[in-house]
Design a binder for this molecule. Structure first.
Ligand code: ADP
Ligand code: NI
Length: 218
């Protein structure tokens, strides 16, 4: 009976989450939520830590009212989540936890972390894993395109000042490996981090083609 009930709630929240991502870029779409949910549930099992129901709800709702896509006059994530979960009969202590995770999960709010619950640590790891590796690269260039940023700005043109997606690797993506919370997450981040390095190496190799073959003269 209890099991049945949580499944039904998850189904409802899933529908809500699907609708909520309609205006986001495709790196922040439903499939991001689906991947984060699957990664988080995988980490829960591997670490044998945290409550699966809270983790699943929090993964599905972690990007609600993301500041990058926030609509003018939004009532705010806390109210949205509270009303939604309340309507679905979720207990108050669980609602509080889901709200906290939504609030503190973001890379940029890391300094202000107030909670370190196992559920928080796992959902944050899952969200971070989806920002690195092949998927992370795809998402970064998709977001950069969405914002009309440069792909890359070479050093002499102000690399690090002008926003570029390659610049974002140094601002954020390459830092993620050392920020992981769980042992399983750290291990998975290792492989994905290596892939970022391989990608960058190949990228610079292709970018820095020498236009003339010096051995052949001009
Ligand atoms: P978080 O929600 O953890 O704070 P973000 O919302 O900043 O993370 O990032 C979500 C996704 O968007 C990530 O895949 C990230 O790499 C990408 N992204 C965010 N900012 C940029 C940027 N300036 N250039 C390219 N990709 C970006
Ligand atoms: Ni996310």
């Amino acid at each position: 009976m209890e099991e049945m009930n949580t499944n039904m709630i998850i189904k409802e929240i899933e529908e809500f989450a699907k609708k909520s991502t309609k205006e986001f870029d495709s790196g922040h779409d439903w499939w991001h939520l689906q991947r984060v949910r699957n990664l988080a549930l995988f980490l829960q099992q591997a670490e044998n830590s945290g409550n699966r129901f809270i983790i699943e709800l929090s993964a599905l709702l972690h990007d609600i009212d993301d500041k990058k896509f926030r609509k003018h006059g939004s009532i705010g994530a806390e109210t949205i989540i509270r009303e939604l979960l309340h309507q679905n009969g979720v207990a108050e202590d669980i609602i509080k936890e889901v709200i906290q995770i939504n609030k503190y999960i973001s890379f940029s709010s890391d300094a202000k972390i107030e909670i370190r619950s196992p559920e928080f640590l796992i959902v944050q790891d899952a969200d971070r894993l989806d920002a690195i590796g092949a998927i992370g690269i795809a998402r970064a260039f998709n977001y950069g395109g969405f914002r009309n940023n440069w792909i890359y700005v070479p050093a002499e043109d102000g690399f690090g000042i002008t926003p570029s997606t390659i610049g974002h690797f140094y601002d954020k993506l390459l830092l993620i490996r050392d920020m992981m919370n769980t042992a399983t997450g750290r291990k998975m981040a290792e492989e994905r981090h290596l892939f970022l390095e391989i990608f960058l190496e190949q990228f610079y190799k292709e970018w820095n083609i020498i236009p003339r073959n010096p051995l052949k003269g001009s």
